[in-house]
Design a protein around this ligand. Structure first.
Ligand SMILES: [Zn+2]
Length: 412
């Protein structure tokens, strides 16, 4: 299969120059105006390649259709999804650099020479020797997360439209805003999408086909103390900040993100605000199993109870909210979407492997909502950092995987 990776690369370079950094404090969807610039461009490009039913919702979801080829009209409808936004932690709007036929020497990013990529510190980079490595210039994200996914989806769509002899069922394309601030599928109309299975192109190294993510809850601890003039506070004042500190100190360090990996979960305080009178601490809880998540809730409840017992005059409240669940719970009931993705990767000459994601994807929530959505590799690495990189060849392999996937769903 001859994927036009020159066009794929041009496409990718075009997208990463647009600043689509998500803004967590914005109430709008998309959360930042820059996302609209890319959304409009993608709608235009989908039209240019000849996709049908190109539409953009008021919330910035771009959808389009690749109609089934003759004889495949009854094949299940699948969707390919990728997100337009980039992580809020660093600026977007990359000045991309293509290191053609990478020679294995350290890559020093010109706009901040302290940002270095070496084969010693990044083992995957050694495998990229000889490939075309794309990086940012040192002060921004590259935005391969997830513009690699977008470029791959568009390139696969273009390939199918240019090769009507490749049989496939109806395919829906979906580009969504605000994945990085966990709102990626909030406003997605699943009826309008009309797919029986979907794939996010938001995975990392070549071959990764993921059907397992964390299960996730959030927690909020509110402590009301007792106010008093500090000069006459003896036996009267209860300082909410000191109680918050005690609560945090009582959490086992062994269950922190800093000390866990693989399949271990954690309790992670993400913010602490307040005064002597009242303090609020926010947490995220993560575990691959809901039982593990329940145990973490119980532990947090127990520490709260101990705090109440130690300081009865304070008011200590702990509230949990569900965020998302491990997609494996639904996918293991019907592994076909995962099996097809693995078979497609093999046809593209890539050995697939499963890796539980220590995070969530848009697919976690889509799967929970009834649309099975495993995650497919794009080749992106060192995401959410200035050293983010991807290769043209890995993006090409992911594109090939999608083209094979389309045929597998049509029984070919
Ligand atoms: Zn992503």
């Amino acid at each position: 299969m001859q994927i036009d990776t020159a066009d794929l690369l041009e496409r990718f370079l075009r997208y990463v120059r647009i600043d689509t950094r998500a803004h967590p404090d914005s109430p709008t969807c998309p959360s930042s105006p820059g996302q609209w610039d890319l959304i409009r461009l993608l709608a235009r490009e989908l039209q240019e390649i000849g996709a049908a039913e190109v539409g953009t919702s008021e919330f910035g979801y771009v959808t389009a259709t690749l109609p089934a080829t003759p004889g495949c009209e009854t094949a299940p409808v699948i969707a390919w999804c990728a997100h337009v936004d980039t992580a809020p932690n660093l600026p977007g709007g990359a000045k991309p650099i293509v290191h053609r036929a990478y020679d294995g020497r350290p890559i020093v990013l010109p706009d901040d020479p302290t940002q270095r990529l070496t084969v010693e510190t990044i083992p995957f980079l050694r495998e990229a020797i000889g490939q075309d490595v794309i990086t940012a210039s040192g002060t921004t994200l590259l935005g391969a997360d997830d513009k690699a996914g977008i470029a791959i989806v568009l390139q696969a769509a273009r390939h199918l439209l240019r090769h009507p002899e490749i049989p496939h069922g109806k395919i829906r394309v979906c580009f969504n805003p605000d994945e990085e601030i966990a709102r990626g599928v909030d406003k997605l109309d699943l009826t309008q999408l009309g797919a029986q299975a979907a794939y996010t192109l938001d995975g990392a190294e070549r071959g990764e086909i993921c059907h397992e993510t964390f299960s996730a809850d959030a927690a909020r601890l509110t402590i009301a103390g007792v106010a008093s003039h500090p000069g006459w506070a003896k036996d009267v004042m209860v300082n909410a900040l000191r109680l918050a500190g005690r609560y945090l100190a009582a959490l086992p360090m062994a269950q922190s993100p800093e000390r866990t990996s693989g399949r271990e979960g954690f309790i992670h305080p993400i913010s602490c605000t307040g005064s002597a009178e009242e303090a609020t601490v926010s947490f995220i809880l993560r575990d691959f199993e809901v039982e593990g998540l329940a145990a973490k809730r119980a532990l947090m409840e127990q520490i709260a109870a101990e705090l109440r017992a130690a300081e009865p005059k304070a008011r200590v409240e702990l509230k949990f909210t569900e965020q998302y669940r491990n997609m494996r719970y639904w996918l293991e009931q019907d592994m076909r979407p995962v099996e097809f993705a693995r078979a497609a990767a093999r046809r593209a000459g890539v050995e697939p492997f499963a890796q539980p994601i220590r995070g969530g994807t848009d697919g976690s929530r889509l799967t929970q909502r009834g649309l099975p959505t495993p995650n497919i590799f794009t080749g992106m690495h060192e995401v959410h950092s200035q050293r983010e990189w991807v290769t043209r060849q890995d993006m090409g392999k992911a594109t090939e995987t999608l083209v094979h996937l389309a045929q597998l769903w049509a029984g070919r």
